[in-house]
Write a protein that binds this ligand. Structure first.
Ligand code: B1M
Length: 211
């Protein structure tokens, strides 16, 4: 009998090979890919996200858990596509122009994927126009901008202004974050949400698409 809780626990410990084997075994036993994803892997990543938020685990543990999640997802991906599991929504994410810091952005991406979002990663040093064109091409629900430098966080204001000017801000929410960013800054530029960490970013994104 497939033990989805064991998959969750192996993922939390970052045991990629165990996750792979248990995911395959569960599928072979007839458990659906959706159930393995939601009750096994996403449940495990939720625990990691909560612990990360509470400083009970740190970046290396999160990255190792992410690797284990990716290993499991590789097995499920073709099955999920054939089961037509609808993603929770689509997020376009990037680190703003002039900024090469991507560790936090990658964590946000991973937490969002853990919540079932389809995430389009634009990488680092992303110009304003690229955020907007990618959001339109992918019919994104949310644009996520990350910035780690006080000199680059101003790019976020330009993203909001460009979205307003192009008339797309009604359809696409804009979330911002990164070490120098604050709630006050978020309000001052008219972005839709600021969150201080990756786990709350994924929670907030879920709220925004459910609203
Ligand atoms: Co840079 N760097 N760096 N750096 N670097 C900082 C940010 C700095 C604070 C160091 C310092 O001086 N104390 C400082 C910025 C000062 C400022 O502007 N206030 C700084 C500087 C000055 C620079 C350079 C200018 C240095 C130079 O060349 N003279 C240069 C700039 C390059 C550029 O971007 N153009 C530079 C370069 C680099 C490296 C390339 C060496 C490397 C980046 C490697 C990489 O990312 N691949 C680097 C690093 C590693 C850092 C520090 C040490 C660590 C950043 C990090 O990854 N933290 C950093 C000092 C520090 O923070 N202690 C520093 C871990 C990561 C998990 O946290 O990214 O904050 P963070 O993400 C968090 C939250 O912010 C949030 O979630 C994550 C946690 O859950 N979050 C979001 C992030 N994005 C979000 C988006 C959201 C929501 C939440 O919604 C959309």
């Amino acid at each position: 009998m497939a033990d989805l809780n064991a998959i969750s626990e192996a993922l939390q410990k970052g045991k990629a090979n165990d996750v792979k084997q248990m995911v395959q075994a569960a599928i072979d036993e007839g458990v659906t890919a959706r159930q393995v994803l939601e009750e096994g892997m996403m449940a495990g990543m939720d625990v990691v996200g909560r612990k990360f938020k509470n400083n009970e685990v740190y970046v290396p543990e999160v990255l190792i858990a992410a690797r284990a999640m990716n290993a499991g997802i590789e097995i499920l991906r073709p099955l999920l596509i054939s089961e037509k599991v609808k993603p929770r929504g689509t997020v376009v994410i990037g680190t703003v122009k002039g900024d090469l810091h991507d560790i936090g952005k990658n964590l946000v991406k991973m937490m969002m994927e853990g919540k079932g979002f389809n995430v389009v990663d634009l990488g680092t040093d992303v110009p304003v126009e690229k955020f907007l064109s990618a959001a339109q091409e992918n019919e994104a629900d949310i644009i996520c901008c990350s910035a780690l430098l006080t000199t680059t966080m101003t790019e976020m204001k330009k993203v909001v202004e460009a979205a307003d000017e192009a008339g797309v801000h009604k359809q696409v929410k804009i979330m911002i974050g990164g070490a120098p960013v604050t709630q006050q800054y978020c309000e001052s530029i008219g972005a839709d949400a600021y969150t201080p960490d990756a786990a709350s970013a994924a929670e907030k994104a879920t709220e925004l698409v459910s609203a």
